[in-house]
Structure formats: C-alpha cells, structure tokens
Design a protein around this ligand. Structure first.
Ligand SMILES: NC(=O)c1ccc[n+]([C@@H]2O[C@H](COP(=O)([O-])OP(=O)(O)OC[C@H]3O[C@@H](n4cnc5c(N)ncnc54)[C@H](OP(=O)(O)O)[C@@H]3O)[C@@H](O)[C@H]2O)c1
Length: 253
C-alpha cells in the first residue's frame, strides 16, 4: 500500500455523489490519489462504480459504496440513511456532483423531465447536504457542481440551467451559514466537458461550437474539473468560501 505521508487529503473521508462515471469518477480518482478515503455514490451505474472501486482499492484507497436513486423525491434522504449504515466516524468532504441535463426547451419539457431535474439537481443536493453537515467536523468542505450556464445562455436546457442557478445561490448562502462551524462551501462551474452529458461535442457542429466559444483550445476533460475540486477541498483553499470557480476553458468570455 502506498504511503499517505505528505498527501493533502490523508485521513479525510470524502463522499462523492454520481461517482459512477464522467466528472464524478474523475473526482474520485483524484481525491484517492490525494490520499482520501472515499464513499462513492451511484444511481444505476452499479457495475461501473464497482469497477472503479476495485481499481482504487488496488491502488491502496479505502472505498465504500452507496446506491440511491436521486430522481426519487426522497432520494437524498435515502442516501443519508445508507451513509449512516456505514457507521463511519465523520464525513470531511462532500462533493455534490450527481446531475441530469435532458435537452428540452420551454415547450418540449415534460412534467417528468422537470421533476427529474428538480429532484436530482436540487432537492437531493439540498437534503444530502442537510444530512451530511451534522457528520462534518470543523475544517469540512462542501463542493457543489454548478455550470457555465448560470453565466451565459445555451439553447435547449432552460430548466437544467435554472437548477444550476439554485446551486450557485445555495452555495453562497450555505457558505455564510456554515462558516462559523469552520465549513467551507464552494461551487465549480464547468463548461462543456467530455462526458456522456455533453456527447453533442462530438456530433455535427460540436467541435466548431467549442472553437467559437472557448478561449482555450481543445476539449474540456473531467480531470480539468477534478483538479479544481481537489484545490477546493484541499489545504490551499482554507480561506476560500462562497465562491463559484470557473472550469470552462474561458468559454464565452
Ligand atoms: N459534462 C458537462 O459538460 C458538464 C458541464 C457543466 C456541469 N456539469 C455538471 O457536472 C456534474 C457531472 O456531470 P457529468 O458530465 O459527469 O455527467 P454524466 O457523465 O452524465 O454523469 C452523471 C452522474 O450523475 C449520476 N446520476 C444521474 N441521475 C441520477 C439519479 N437519478 N440517481 C443517482 N445518480 C444519478 C449518474 O449516476 P448513475 O449512472 O449511477 O445513475 C452519474 O454518475 C453534473 O452535476 C453536471 O450538471 C457537467
């Protein structure tokens, strides 16, 4: 087993929601490399999450898994109940990463889609945070996954974009509420990142769109976002709270 000496997150326990793939999986790998013990949450991606956990354990990381469908109205509370079953002494780091982004404009959005976005991106995030904070000691960190779409508009995702507005505003207010307890709350706002959620970037017109909107050339990778999360949960961000940190390659500057 690799030594934890000099690792920035040694002896920290981190819960990451939506860790089965994409940005959540990249965050898991990065926080494991930084020495954290991990609780990986998944919804339907059991096999992917188990494979990720196995590779992290091979590298010496302690990993726990919890399943909860966050599209259910009480999904967040179920996750918290399953977390309690693990009987861990505390949770030092919470990364609220799970999210959905169905493409549907104003007239196309069904009630089911609206409810799914609200439940996964807003309701669960809130109740997971409510349930985890009592387990968090001073020095705790919360990072929420926001999005570039709160700063500039993109067609076809009005409800998703508004849900990320909720994330930004909640981040600000929880930072104020939890600061006296020594808990920092920040958000990361990725632009287009190469995951299943942004598969459009490989479709017709995708590469051209990226070229037009980004100041930096190339494709945003989950690891770019994971690096910002690692900073926000690590010792260098001790004096940073209530912020939304961009990770968009300078999109629409
Ligand atoms: N990719 C981008 O371009 C981009 C840009 C800005 C912001 N973001 C944000 O970054 C975060 C991660 O996105 P991503 O790109 O990594 O997306 P992704 O590849 O589609 O992964 C989404 C994750 O959320 C989980 N999830 C979705 N619905 C769930 C449900 N009902 N119950 C439990 N878990 C659920 C999935 O878990 P299961 O597979 O196990 O169900 C999966 O691990 C999201 O909050 C997203 O809004 C992404």
């Amino acid at each position: 087993m690799e030594s934890l000496v000099n690792k920035p997150l040694a002896h920290k326990i981190a819960l990451i929601t939506g860790a089965s793939r994409g940005i959540g999986a990249a965050i898991a790998k990065r926080l494991a490399a930084d020495g954290a013990e991990l609780i990986l949450h998944y919804g339907s991606g059991k096999a992917e999450t188990e494979a990720l956990a196995a590779s992290l354990r091979d590298a010496g990381c302690k990993v726990h898994l919890i399943q909860a469908d966050l599209a259910e109205a009480d999904g967040g509370q179920r996750l918290v109940a399953r977390l309690a079953d693990l009987q861990l002494p505390r949770v030092d780091i919470l990364v609220n990463n799970a999210g959905v982004a169905p493409f549907a404009g104003l007239q196309e959005t069904s009630e089911e889609q609206f409810e799914q976005i609200v439940n996964v991106n807003m309701r669960s995030l809130f109740f997971i945070t409510q349930g985890v904070v009592p387990l968090m000691p001073a020095g705790g960190r919360i990072v929420n996954l926001g999005s570039l779409v709160t700063r500039t508009s993109f067609p076809g995702i009005p409800v998703y974009s508004a849900s990320k507005g909720f994330v930004d505003v909640l981040t600000l207010h929880l930072a104020a509420e939890l600061g006296p307890r020594g808990i920092n709350v920040n958000a990361v706002a990725p632009g287009a990142i190469d995951t299943r959620m942004s598969a459009w970037m490989h479709g017709p017109g995708g590469p051209e769109t990226l070229k037009q909107i980004q100041a930096l050339e190339g494709i945003g990778k989950p690891e770019h976002v994971a690096g910002v999360v690692a900073f926000l949960v690590g010792p260098d961000a001790a004096w940073t709270t209530g912020q939304v940190v961009d990770a968009s390659g300078g999109s629409k500057l």
